[in-house]
Write a protein that binds this ligand. Structure first.
Ligand code: SAM
Length: 289
């Protein structure tokens, strides 16, 4: 009996280093994703399913297919296959506490408030933002407050818009909020839908963060958590700078637990808590604020 050497993985479709590099180049150019060599087995396992479902026998033909103008749907399948959508309600709760504290005054005063969940995945993040805001300032429902939630992956945006989750998913919502803002979708109690009041605050859209953004903001808070981690350093630095330009003075930026703002954005953004940044007021350097 023969056995595979440790670390080897079996492939029924050939996948050369050149194939991997071609996929990595495309992922980088189109979506800003940085695929390290160590991701080769993962990329193979996710993309070989796409090749089989399209009945394509090798990666060269698959790459050629992706270039065809009518294959937009397959390019979107590629994004879904290469990215991870892991998320949860109230992930890193301290960000929501900081949001409530930072925005309550503006909302109560009836000022315009805009929040962006960039890379919102299946919606748990923007719905957590909406629950936080409505719980902190009940008048928010009638105030000039809107949440924009965007993601590159159309399938995940549809799921987010639907706002239906498993009982395990909603267990992550603190109990009093869970009872108030979610309702069982049927008698089995296995799935829960978020209430209309939450949905009414949020606009969901597909958006690739790598392209020009079709809006000018400004925003009072931006959540972009556990998204930039997939981008290379230069792409991350550019992204932080673009977010900073989109924030109002005193606006807040929340990023993922293993991410850090780097590069020129640090001239305008100053850290005030764990992975939390505040935009400087015009003309006053962050260090003096
Ligand atoms: C791990 S999830 C993070 C979800 C949520 N922000 C959180 O922290 O729980 C990463 C999300 O980023 C999205 N994403 C990856 N590349 C993107 C890009 N270039 N533009 C927009 N979204 C992107 C993925 O589709 C995925 O839903």
């Amino acid at each position: 009996m023969t056995s595979s050497p440790p670390g080897a993985f079996t492939r029924d479709i050939p996948f050369s280093d050149a194939d991997f590099r071609a996929i990595a180049r495309l992922a980088q150019e189109r979506f800003g994703l940085s695929l390290a060599e160590s991701k080769k087995p993962l990329v193979y396992s996710r993309l070989s399913r796409r090749l089989k479902s399209r009945q394509v026998g090798n990666f060269t033909d698959y790459l050629a297919l992706l270039e065809r103008s009518e294959e937009e749907a397959e390019r979107l399948e590629l994004i879904s296959a290469l990215t991870t959508n892991v998320t949860s309600f109230f992930r890193e709760k301290h960000h929501f506490d900081a949001l409530a504290e930072g925005l309550a005054q503006r909302v109560t005063a009836g000022q315009r408030v805009r929040i962006w969940s960039a890379g919102c995945s299946s919606g748990q993040e923007p719905y957590s933002i909406a629950m936080t805001v409505l719980d902190t300032v009940p008048e928010a429902a009638r105030a000039d407050l809107r949440i924009l939630a965007t993601d590159i992956d159309p399938k995940i945006v549809r799921k987010a818009r639907d706002g239906v989750y498993s009982a395990e998913d909603v267990a992550g919502i603190p109990a009093p909020m869970r009872g108030k803002w979610t309702k069982a979708t049927n008698a089995t109690g296995k799935t829960y839908g978020v209430t209309r009041a939450l949905k009414d605050l949020i606009t969901f859209n597909e958006l690739n963060l790598m392209v020009d953004w079709p809006f000018r903001g400004p925003f009072d808070a931006i959540f972009c958590r556990n998204v930039a981690i997939y981008f290379d350093q230069e792409t991350q630095r550019r992204l932080w700078q673009r977010f900073s330009a989109m924030l109002n003075p005193d606006g807040l930026l929340f990023i993922g637990h293993s991410e850090r703002v780097t590069g020129p954005a640090l001239q305008t953004l100053t850290a005030f808590g764990i992975t939390s940044y505040r935009k400087a007021r015009a003309g006053v350097p962050p260090a003096l604020q």
